[in-house]
Design a protein around this ligand. Structure first.
Ligand SMILES: Nc1nc2c(ncn2[C@@H]2O[C@H](COP(=O)(O)OP(=O)(O)OP(=O)(O)O)[C@@H](O)[C@H]2O)c(=O)[nH]1
Ligand SMILES: [Mg+2]
Length: 174
């Protein structure tokens, strides 16, 4: 993916709507904030409402402006979602991840969202080595083409990679 410019307002073109799903405190707002405003706060405030952040890109390969709308999902949304991302706290034991993933996969399906990604949050807290991603991949019985995204909203690590991968796949499947 080429270099991109960002704007804070939506511009006409292709819109991709992404829904972030997961337990309270798993890090949805923090990922949203890092993505839209490139900042982070350790102060926690629970959201009861669905929240959205918007960013527009001018990508070399898409020829049209791409607007990415990211929703922190707390309940069923009235807007259509293209891709759901299950956010799981990486400090959770891998043995608990499978149930967590399946629970949110069912929720995504109940909303009619069939394209689902998995991202682990807060990877700065725990010592994560190269074997962690493959272990999660195996525990969740993912397809070979499904990627496990390791992110930290605190450091910003993996956040751009997650959204850029989603945008690239979505543009290819147009
Ligand atoms: N160290 C660290 N802490 C994080 C990270 N992401 C989130 N946190 C902290 O975890 C807490 C919860 O994060 P939120 O992003 O508010 O969680 P949430 O999923 O939006 O929670 P709800 O709104 O209740 O659903 C906050 O205190 C954040 O500062 C991270 O990448 N690293
Ligand atoms: Mg929140």
């Amino acid at each position: 993916m080429g270099a991109c410019t960002t704007k804070t307002t939506a511009i006409e073109g292709f819109v991709i709507r992404i829904g972030l799903l997961g337990d309270s405190v798993c890090g949805k707002s923090s990922i949203l904030k890092r993505f839209t405003h490139n900042n982070f706060s350790l102060n926690y405030q629970h959201n009861t409402k669905n929240l959205a952040g918007i960013k527009s890109y001018l990508l070399e390969e898409s020829f049209v402006p791409v607007t990415v709308e990211v929703w922190e999902v707390q309940s069923e949304l009235s807007v259509p979602i293209d891709i759901a991302v299950i956010i799981a706290d990486s400090t959770m034991p891998i043995s608990d991840l499978q149930d967590y993933y399946w629970k949110y996969l069912q929720i995504a399906k109940s909303y009619g969202w069939n394209k689902v990604y998995i991202a682990l949050s807060k990877t700065d807290i725990k010592d994560i080595d190269d074997s962690y991603g493959p272990k999660v991949h195996e525990a969740l019985v993912l397809n070979p083409e499904q990627e496990v995204f390791l992110t930290s909203a605190l450091t910003g690590k993996g956040i751009d990679a997650l959204f850029k991968s989603i945008i690239t796949h979505r543009l290819r499947s147009r």
